[in-house]
Write a protein that binds this ligand. Structure first.
Ligand code: ADP
Ligand code: MG
Length: 588
């Protein structure tokens, strides 16, 4: 029994081949993590292994490296089988394994999972892939069909064994274990080892080495951990303050329930943050889409429950927010393990309200967590940060001279006796109050910074669908002010019922024509509800609605019009299939 080893070593001291050292180097791993340091030499000896360590500790390479080393590339038969709980994880493990095997000639890795065509899988298996990685259900299918044969299996690996059992794969796993030949090497990898897994281990493993890396290894100084005592009702406000103050652009926000996830996602989105969500009620297909998009940094903040985020392997989060307190110190450690990896400094921010502070203190004591208490930043501090960012942007534009001279316009004002500082202040006021629309504040080089006649607002620039920001990836970031909560003077922030009747369209709105009307029994509320429901935009994006007999004219926020038109096309209202299109512009 090997226990509680925490040390790391260079990969070169673990007895692995040059081919793997090269691959590891290519992956950018500088040294082996504690679980890798402990597992790899033992596994290379050929014995069974039980490896337990927290999420993000590097278990994949810990089992994949010895597996790649021990197989025989010259034999084109299945020699290694890795079982994973989900398709998502199977793909991740296959990807990392493929990279680790890149310099070992002749090694083929194939992922096998439900939902993919059998045909493609048959061909990959028939071609003699030595490493097969899949979900238990689909693997069994292939065993039953005889398209996967385990006669030459040398190594069977159960990744995330605890989760596979949670997901009801116990019988499937037992059948695969029973189908594997006697002499195979067996690995169990898991973040936790509950009773049913210990039972499986004692039934199937032969004198395994138990390697347990304490979660404390993660509690390293590379994650800066703080907590704030906040009033429950001000959580949202403080969350957005912290995001703006730190200019966070990539993180996960954990909530305790699905309802909280939905709520917070909507609120943040309404405030102009690019968010999406994951929880147990979201279909697997949708989950995969969200995860893939998040990994590509297609949006800023993922709002999620613990369970839904478990399979999500992202490693370069700037921040993890515990909007709601996790259940225990282990969940806490799982959550924050997704930031501060690969040598980068991460941030973990936890909110506690009321009596929760006692639960947190208990976690800190029993789980050995290291959190310090911080005071909630004041609005002044946030304002100061915004002002600084704005200042920097103006200065950058001045320094680069990337603006068109507006001498004629400014001369007119100067001629009328206004001092230049007042003119500048008035222009700043105009920008900060959204007087130019959001896009106008960020001029393209060579484009006039201020145009006396602002162009019609463009459509389809909603933040949610915006894709990667123009500046994403680079370190230079737009100021938080660009997405500050809209102020009350902005028409978009005004609820529909407070706006005047249809006396011509309001500024910032454009009109979409919908092919449904009174004759179809449609009421304004049906349209507002559909638009908000389908796009998940707040209902205030909808302005005045004119219902006619067979069609309706609906004013929508100009910057969301493209999105609304796209998303509503094909949706049914009162049995009618919608075909929205932009109404002809007002002659006014
Ligand atoms: P686990 O399965 O324990 O949750 P993973 O194997 O998925 O963890 O690894 C988490 C992340 O850390 C991955 O992005 C992986 O590429 C990276 N990683 C693994 N080993 C190392 C290492 N030795 N050095 C740096 N990064 C590593
Ligand atoms: Mg893993």
């Amino acid at each position: 029994m090997v226990g509680k080893r925490m040390e790391k070593r260079p990969f070169s001291e673990l007895g692995i081949s040059d081919a793997i050292l090269k691959a590891v180097d290519r992956l950018g791993f500088e040294e082996a993590s504690p679980i890798q340091t402990a597992v790899i030499p033992v596994a290379l000896q050929g014995g069974d292994v039980v490896g337990q360590s927290s999420t993000g500790s590097g278990k994949t390479a810990a089992f994949a490296i010895p597996a790649i080393e021990r197989l025989d590339p010259a034999r084109r038969v299945t020699q290694v089988l890795i079982l994973c709980p989900t398709r998502e994880l199977a793909l991740q493990v296959a990807e990392e394994t493929g990279k680790l095997a890149a310099f070992r000639r002749g090694v083929q890795v194939v992922p096998i999972y439900g939902g993919q065509s059998y045909d493609r899988q048959f061909r990959a298996l028939a071609a003699g892939a030595q490493m097969v990685i899949g979900t238990p259900g689909r693997i069994l299918d292939h065993l039953d069909r005889g398209t996967l044969v385990l006669d030459d299996l040398a190594m069977l690996i159960l990744d995330e064994a605890d989760r596979m059992l949670d997901m009801g794969f116990r019988e499937d796993i037992e059948r695969v274990l029973a189908a594997a030949p006697e002499g195979r090497q067996l690995f169990f990898f898991s973040a936790t080892l509950p009773r049913p897994i210990r039972d499986l281990i004692s039934r199937f493993a032969k004198n395994p080495s138990w390697i347990h890396i304490e979660a404390k290894a993660l509690n390293a100084p590379q994650v800066d951990q703080v907590y704030y005592e906040v009033d429950r009702r001000s959580k949202l406000e403080i969350l957005t303050r912290l995001i703006d103050l730190n200019d966070f652009r990539y993180g996960i926000i954990f909530c305790s329930t699905k309802v909280m996830v939905d709520d917070l996602d909507e609120h943040l989105h309404a405030r102009g943050y690019a968010t999406d969500r994951l929880h147990g009620d979201i279909s697997q297909a949708q989950r995969n889409r969200v995860m893939a998009k998040f990994r590509k940094k297609g949006f800023e903040f993922l709002v999620a429950t613990d369970v839904a985020a478990r399979g999500l392997d992202v490693d370069d989060l700037e921040v993890v927010f515990n909007y709601d307190l996790p259940n225990d110190s282990e969940d806490y450690t799982h959550r924050i393990g997704r930031t501060g990896r690969a040598g980068r400094k991460g941030r973990a921010i936890t909110f506690v309200s009321g009596r929760e502070v006692y639960s947190l203190q208990a976690m800190i004591r029993h789980g050995g967590l290291k959190l310090r208490r911080e005071k909630v930043p004041s609005l002044d501090q946030v304002e100061q940060a915004r002002e600084n960012a704005f200042f920097e942007r103006v200065r950058a534009i001045l320094d680069s001279r990337s603006f068109k001279a507006n001498d004629r316009f400014i001369d007119r004002l100067l001629d009328q006796g206004y001092p230049s500082t007042d003119i500048a202040s008035a222009l700043i006021h105009l920008i900060q109050n959204g007087g130019l629309g959001q896009d106008a504040a960020e001029p393209e080089p060579g484009k006039a910074f201020f145009q006396p006649d602002p162009p019609a607002p463009e459509t389809g620039t909603g933040s949610r669908e915006a894709g990667p920001r123009p500046d994403s990836g680079k370190k230079k970031k737009a100021s938080p002010e660009a997405r500050r909560p809209r102020d009350p003077g902005d028409p978009v922030a005004k609820p529909a019922h407070q706006r005047p009747g249809r006396t011509g369209r309001e500024k910032g709105y454009v009109t979409l024509c919908f092919n449904v009307g009174k004759r179809h029994g449609v009421r304004p509320a049906d349209l507002v509800g559909k638009i908000a429901g389908v796009t998940r935009l707040p209902p205030v994006v909808v302005g005045a609605i004119d219902l006619h007999d067979r069609q309706s004219l609906v004013d929508v926020a100009a910057e969301q019009a493209g999105l609304i038109e796209r998303k509503l096309a094909g949706v049914r209202v009162k049995g009618q299939v919608l075909k929205p299109f932009p109404a002809a512009p007002d002659p006014s």
